[in-house]
Design a protein around this ligand. Structure first.
Ligand SMILES: [Zn+2]
Length: 475
């Protein structure tokens, strides 16, 4: 038998068209693609996944999650995170190094994390590596960057602002040192781009002035603080040859800066998140307060629009979630907690794909070929997982996200698989819903049955190669 599983009645992307196809799978890998339907007798004895005429995308990837395990499992376990991701149509996630105990800043901590999370994985996952200001001060940054790169991490993350206490921020010169160390590996360095001194100064100023409203968070951590941080990152990338990646870019003007850097030939890339595309800070932070508190903060409608444009013109390379759930009674809405003291972060893996389908593709903002790139292909290339991941090609993993483009539904925070039953996207009406998620030929989520993937099925995917995205800027 040349195949053991088929996905029938699939509508698959071919450039900007959807065409009917049957996808053949053998041992979890794509073995062939047949135009239209196959004779029923050819499917005897074969596991059949019926796509029912829906769109089938190469498995969608979220390359920016904080699944909080091991160490912060009161917020999320890796299993909870995987369930939520599977329900959101994600077949691979890439988890950040900071939100675990211990945080990942070397191979020993990475092995410790893998031991804790592997048995819980329902979908496939990769790992970010870690390096902090403290590692630079201890002069171990070259060593730990090299050892994690050799162990298969896809990239490295640094924070310009404080986040997790066990993952200290970098000062500007410490960030430069991290850029130099990571540049030697050929891997990307992702930065949380906000100028700490500016954020800290204006947060304190606003507090003194008695501001306690939700929007104050966004106004204190102002657009200019993100802009100058992105500009510094670009300058450091130019000076060191490092591949700079701006994670969770909230600032619309950031897309222009990144686009201009690409045009100058620099290896600068960026991602944005669904909430930065569809939420206005004044509306969302007035309505949801701490439940809409994130860093960088939500911005304006104008920023939403510039980021959509960036996604289509190539200056924003892909979508990720920054999924960072917190416990409501202790970390979001504890007694005496204010907009200044509540923890910043929201869940996102269940709503990323549907929002991009509904507000991007179905509304004509994003073409089909670009949809495939921003949800799957580009993250896979950028992080060296392509063509195992991010491709609907012979020999690629049989990972699929099956989407009913016409189904209308409403985001309900209570129904999320994530432990965090809140989201500032609560109540949003969408058109387009994930109906099945398939990882290496196995259905792990079926809308009718819920999450049916087995913990431990998901595999750790090491970086396969070093590969870069084309700089194709169309503005
Ligand atoms: Zn993050």
């Amino acid at each position: 038998m040349k195949f053991d599983t088929v996905v029938k009645n699939a509508m698959i992307p071919q450039g900007d068209r959807l065409v009917p196809a049957t996808i053949l799978v053998k041992d979890g890998v794509i073995a062939g693609i047949v135009n239209g339907e196959m004779e029923p007798h050819l499917l005897e004895g074969v596991n059949v996944i019926d796509a029912e005429g829906n769109m089938v995308l190469p498995g969608c990837i979220d390359s920016h999650t904080h699944f909080m395990d091991p160490g912060f499992t009161h917020r999320e376990t890796f299993l909870d995170g995987c369930k939520a991701a599977a329900a959101g149509g994600l077949t691979t996630i890439i988890d950040m190094p900071c939100c675990s105990v211990p945080s990942v800043r070397g191979v020993a901590e990475m092995e410790n994390k893998l031991n804790a999370i592997k048995p819980q994985a329902i979908i496939d996952f990769g790992l970010w590596g870690g390096v902090t200001g403290e590692d630079v001060r201890n002069e171990v940054h070259y060593k730990i960057v090299r050892e994690q790169a050799d162990a298969g991490v896809v990239a490295f993350k640094v924070y310009m602002t404080p986040s997790v206490p066990s993952y200290p921020r970098v000062t500007d010169p410490e960030m430069l040192e991290c850029f130099k160390a990571v540049a030697e590996t050929g891997l990307p360095i992702g930065i949380h781009a906000e100028n700490y001194a500016m954020c800290d100064f204006y947060v304190q100023k606003f507090q003194k002035e008695g501001r306690m409203d939700g929007p104050a968070w966004s106004e204190a951590r102002m657009p200019l603080a993100e802009k100058v941080a992105i500009q510094l990152g670009i300058s450091f990338a130019e000076a060191t040859g490092a591949r700079l990646h701006i994670v969770h870019m909230a600032l619309g003007e950031g897309a222009i800066l990144v686009g201009e850097a690409k045009k100058r030939g620099l290896d600068v890339t960026s991602e944005t998140c669904p909430h930065y595309l569809v939420l206005d800070y004044k509306e969302a932070m007035s309505k949801y307060g701490a439940f809409a508190k994130i860093a960088p903060p939500l911005r304006s409608r104008e920023d939403n629009e510039l980021l959509w444009q960036g996604l289509q013109n190539g200056s924003v390379d892909f979508i990720a979630t920054d999924h960072a759930p917190y416990e409501i009674p202790t970390e979001k809405a504890a007694e005496d907690m204010t907009i200044w003291t509540a923890f910043p972060g929201i869940p996102g893996v269940e709503t990323m794909v549907p929002i991009i389908i509904s507000e991007g593709y179905n509304k004509g903002r994003i073409k089909l070929s670009r949809l495939v790139e921003i949800l799957s292909r580009n993250a896979a290339i950028h992080y060296g997982l392509y063509p195992k991941k991010g491709a609907m090609e012979i020999g690629s993993d049989a990972d699929f996200t099956i989407i009913d483009l016409n189904k209308e539904w409403v985001i309900d925070q209570e129904k999320q698989y994530s432990k965090a039953k809140y989201t500032p996207l609560h109540g949003m009406k969408l058109k387009g819903k994930v109906v099945k998620t398939v990882v290496r030929g196995k259905v792990v989520y079926d809308e009718a049955k819920g999450v049916i993937g087995e913990p431990g099925y998901g595999e750790f995917v090491k970086r396969q190669t070093i590969s870069k995205l084309d700089r194709k800027i169309t503005f």
